[in-house]
Design a protein around this ligand. Structure first.
Ligand SMILES: Cc1cc2nc3c(=O)[nH]c(=O)nc-3n(C[C@H](O)[C@H](O)[C@H](O)COP(=O)(O)OP(=O)(O)OC[C@H]3O[C@@H](n4cnc5c(N)ncnc54)[C@H](O)[C@@H]3O)c2cc1C
Length: 533
């Protein structure tokens, strides 16, 4: 055990090597009683613009446990701390008679495969897209020339949807596995400090490194990885999984099938529905992506201290509720990043945001989205949300000139209805097309987005600026369907484990990874009676 001290506030320029001395002052213990000391978290508190503070959490082990207890009882900000146990105890199970199959090499699939492989049940991992090196070239081609590969793009391929992203690892789930997942991202992306950041982000450049390292790790544990292997059919018998059929024509027998297909595999979802996999329509959110010069956001958030050394590019989080009752909020905010065209099929233009680890593009963007529910979908069809997404993305595609151009509009022109030039921006796509974004979203949703933007202009003075640009359409915020499950297993097909964002049970990189691990531990539990050694 150690003592964890929270909320240690120091000025921005405070040298970290002096932190131990500060901690000893707080806990009132002499230096010779310290056995071990480490930074657990570091962050920034910019709520008071004139007095921005660095905020630390630190762990200290003392020479005696009674002294540790005494410190915890007398220091309000000190608590006993135990490191999270490793979720992969390493005592291998006897491999299941039929190798588990994992579909999708996004965070959910990769971490499920790792959990299985590290416990002696290396799976077959099937991914419709290409390995990250090839995929990165394909995505660069798409952004440059508008050449889209519907099987390998921003949504599909090794690493999944999050590879071309900011790689924010923040999550609200309080699962002990979170620390483990972030630890692996830190190790495999070559960013050891990541585990100590209050707001860890990997960046797309390092996520690609993570993918390669994860692939090596999985292969070294006996995982069979196949790229360009789209699952087109799940064969069942007596209500249980029997095999999967691939786009290559191959059939692979399986009894444990982890389905980690993400929020954009509409063809696969349609197939599953036809196969009797129970699912339901699920609320998600749609809107636009707003972009500002990073310097403007820094000034708004940091005031006079903007530009000081040690201050990262500023971020923001905004939320409002419209008179209609609908929630409007900022989504996937990317400081120092780019707006990206995120199409995974012809005739559609969803946008999103991405940044490199350095976050140094000079621009900040975020989705400004409004919640949509089944009431907005127009029909009770299970896939009505998917159809709504497709409709909005097709409208944006047309407004963008029909060759994967992104339609864009000056923020103030959108709000004031008076035409204005586009401000300078940074979008990765074949072209940015100045267009009127009105009419892309359903009228009531558009009205609420306008309401939200006005409120954000009040809560974040300077947000409503001529230098702001809106891009359409932000539509892949989460899955429009939920695949029904109990204990991670489909309620209608035995041996089928729908996980991650696509299954509607997680949102974001870390919670999807945790969901994948939990399903794998569930599968391993079936064979644990057969553990060896
Ligand atoms: C541009 C962008 C930026 C984002 N930024 C962030 C961020 O900063 N932080 C954050 O937490 N989240 C972010 N997200 C969300 C995050 O990426 C997802 O929540 C996460 O990737 C979901 O993981 P997953 O494994 O469930 O699905 P995915 O990552 O979507 O992976 C699913 C995989 O399954 C494969 N697949 C689908 N169908 C089949 C099939 N039939 N056969 C074989 N393979 C198949 C796909 O090709 C894909 O590789 C972002 C998403 C995007 C698109």
């Amino acid at each position: 055990m150690s003592v964890r001290i929270f909320d240690i506030r120091v000025p921005l320029g405070f040298p970290e090597e002096n932190l131990l001395a500060r901690v000893l002052l707080i806990i009132g213990v002499p230096p010779d009683q310290v056995e071990n000391f480490s930074v657990a978290r570091r962050g920034i508190d910019a709520r008071r613009k004139g007095a921005i503070r660095r905020v630390y959490t630190a762990d200290v082990s003392l020479r005696s446990s009674s002294l540790e207890e005494a410190v915890c009882s007398r220091v309000a900000s000190a608590r006993p701390h135990r490191a999270a146990p490793d979720p992969f105890p390493g005592t291998p199970v006897r491999p299941p008679p039929v190798r588990p199959v994992v579909v999708g090499a996004g965070p959910a699939g990769l971490f499920a495969a790792l959990a299985l492989a590290r416990s002696g049940a290396p799976p077959i991992l099937l991914e419709r897209g290409r390995p990250v090196e090839e995929r990165s070239r394909q995505v660069a081609d798409f952004w440059k020339k508008g050449v889209l590969d519907p099987e390998s793009n921003v949504s599909f391929g090794e690493g999944g949807a999050g590879t071309f992203s900011d790689g924010k690892l923040s999550t609200r789930i309080g699962d002990p596995l979170v620390e483990h997942v972030i630890g692996l991202f830190a190790e495999f992306s070559g960013l050891p400090e990541l585990s100590r950041e209050a707001k860890p982000h990997v960046g797309t450049d390092r996520l690609r490194r993570f993918c390669v390292r994860m692939r090596e790790e999985l292969a070294s544990l006996g995982t069979l990885i196949r790229f360009g292997a789209r699952v087109d059919e799940v064969e069942t018998g007596e209500g249980a999984v029997r095999s999967v059929r691939l786009s290559t024509g191959d059939e692979i027998p399986c009894e444990d099938l982890v389905l980690a297909i993400g929020h954009s595999a509409r063809d696969t979802v349609r197939m599953l529905l036809a196969r009797g996999v129970r699912m339901s329509a699920k609320p998600f959110a749609v809107g636009f992506r707003v972009e500002h010069p990073q310097g403007l956001v820094d000034t708004i958030q940091y005031g006079k201290m903007a530009g000081r050394p040690g201050l990262p590019p500023a971020d923001y989080r905004l939320a409002a509720r419209a008179p209609s009752g609908r929630g409007i909020y900022s989504f996937c905010m990317c400081p120092g990043g780019e707006v990206i065209a995120a199409s995974s099929g012809p005739g559609e233009m969803p946008v999103n945001g991405m940044s490199a680890h350095a976050r140094n593009s000079g621009f900040a963007s975020s989705g400004i989205v409004a919640a949509v529910t089944t009431a907005d979908f127009g029909t009770g069809d299970v896939l009505a949300g998917v159809d709504l997404q497709k409709t909005l993305e097709a409208r944006a595609f047309r407004k963008g000139g029909g060759e994967f151009g992104i339609p864009a509009m000056n923020l103030m022109a959108f709000l004031k209805g008076k035409d204005r030039n586009l401000s300078r921006g940074k979008a990765l796509c074949p072209r940015v097309v100045r267009a009127n974004l009105a009419g892309i979203l359903p009228p009531r949703v558009e009205e609420d987005i306008r309401y939200g933007l006005e409120r954000f202009g009040e809560s974040m003075r300077g947000f409503l600026s001529q230098e702001g640009t809106l891009y359409g359409v932000e539509s892949r915020t989460s899955s429009p369907v939920r695949i029904e499950r109990e204990n991670y297993e489909s309620v209608t097909v035995k041996g089928l484990y729908p996980v991650g964002e696509g299954a509607g049970h997680a949102g974001g990189i870390v919670s999807s990874a945790v969901d994948g691990i939990c399903a794998a531990l569930h599968i391993l539990g079936k064979y644990s009676g057969q553990r060896t050694g």
